[in-house]
Write a protein that binds this ligand. Structure first.
Ligand code: MLT
Length: 401
């Protein structure tokens, strides 16, 4: 028999969201009449914006005509999309990046999961606790289970991790944060950039939720911090911003100034390593999807996306406000589409999950599924429909816990 990669045996039994799905399906089978409201996984519910749909159709039509048909595209994405992103998301904020520093992909889950491949196995890896499980699981799969350093995020530190006491090499940061909805000020990010510069570390900055920032003082990109290009990779996604969870498009910025080293201590540029990885293992995002993504930046696209975001953020406001009125301690939901609530009496997160499911038929995500510091907390996604959010609020008010 063939030997398996035993690092997989060190993973928790199932990935968090399929496990939630399993429990919900089991409940639904036993209670077929229950109208379940899903505020668990952060999956969007509004359709793609009109401008995006039109461009998507156009892309498909081009693929269906001999004069405009395209085969393989560039693995790192079409320049028309790369240029548009750089202009709107970066140049407009005073950040200059070149086309070969952006890599268009089919999702930030894949990119944040795959990025660790280009780094050595002996690196110390710092992650927040609670954390998006992909960062942890992909490092365990690669054989770094002993290399993980957890940075607790608690009410006391406003769910923003303190600098680690020991020297770490790779640091995953996610702001606005999934799952806590916490945000990092410019000063906080400056501390991390300074740490990375002083310790020759690399920040893996997941900015998948930057579009949900409402406070104009908050940075949207790590590159708004001086010298961050020397120490940071940034991940962005169209998934939540523009309703692309089922369409798939994202991008990763790997600045050319970012350096690592080989075992002899010689400096090695990171950008060509990621290019090599992507060109070897990935054939790019489909042309119609990239066409659709580029429409997010047209005048109409921008307006329609703003409306989507406002809709979800109004859901977040309603959830936050109602839960607070019901006496819950609530975090997040102001600059992020996630509500992080303390379970009543800090009860076990999975126990609260089961109670909420069986009594109110509402699905959320147990905080402990994101790490041990998430125990006693619970995440609600604001990506539901308005009717479902309203109904969930009513059901919360009827809960007897
Ligand atoms: C979540 O619910 O945490 C997200 O939907 C996960 C993801 O984006 O992969």
């Amino acid at each position: 028999m063939v030997l398996i990669n035993e690092h997989y045996l060190k993973l928790k039994a199932g990935y968090l969201f399929p496990e939630i799905g399993r429990r919900v399906r089991e409940f639904q089978q036993k209670n077929p009449k229950a109208k379940i409201i899903r505020l668990g996984i952060g999956d969007v519910t509004l359709p793609l914006p009109k401008a995006v749909v039109e461009a998507f159709h156009q892309g498909v039509d081009e693929m269906g005509a001999p004069e405009t048909f395209r085969g393989y595209g560039p693995e790192q994405g079409y320049p028309f999309l790369a240029q548009t992103i750089l202009e709107h998301d970066y140049r407009a904020r005073g950040i200059s990046l070149e086309c070969d520093e952006i890599f268009i992909s089919d999702g930030s889950k894949c990119d944040t999961g795959n990025i660790q491949e280009i780094f050595g196995l002996k690196n110390k890896i710092a992650v927040s606790d609670p954390v998006y499980p992909v960062y942890v699981d992909t490092n365990i799969m690669a054989g770094r289970s002993e290399q993980l350093v957890y940075m607790p995020c608690t009410e006391e530190n406003h769910f923003v991790p303190d600098l680690p006491h020991q020297k770490v090499d790779l640091i995953y940061l996610c702001f606005p944060n999934n799952p806590t909805g916490a945000v990092a000020s410019r000063a906080m990010l400056q501390k991390w950039v300074d740490y990375a510069l002083a310790n020759e570390s690399i920040l893996l900055f997941d900015a998948a939720y930057e579009a949900f920032i409402t406070d104009p003082a908050l940075p949207h990109s790590i590159y708004e911090i001086p010298k961050a290009k020397k120490v940071a990779i940034e991940f962005r996604s169209f998934s939540k911003t523009a309703g692309f969870t089922g369409t798939r498009c994202a991008f990763t910025i790997v600045p050319k100034e970012l350096m690592g080293k080989d075992t002899q201590g010689n400096p090695v540029a990171i950008n060509p390593l990621w290019l090599r990885r992507q060109t070897t293992k990935f054939n790019g995002v489909s042309y119609p999807v990239q066409k659709a993504a580029s429409a997010c930046y047209s005048e109409a696209g921008q307006k329609q996306i703003r409306e989507l975001i406002q809709y979800y953020m109004e859901n977040a406001r309603m959830l936050r406000h109602s839960l607070e009125n019901l006496g819950y301690k609530v975090f997040g939901g102001v600059n992020a589409p996630y509500i992080w609530l303390q379970t009543p009496g800090k009860k076990d997160s999975w126990e609260f999950f089961d109670q909420l499911l069986t009594q109110a038929h509402v699905v959320g995500t147990p905080g402990s599924g994101f790490g041990s510091a998430g125990q006693g907390y619970f995440r609600l996604s604001a990506f539901g429909s308005r009717a479902n959010v309203e109904e969930a609020i009513t059901r919360f008010s009827l809960l007897s816990l």
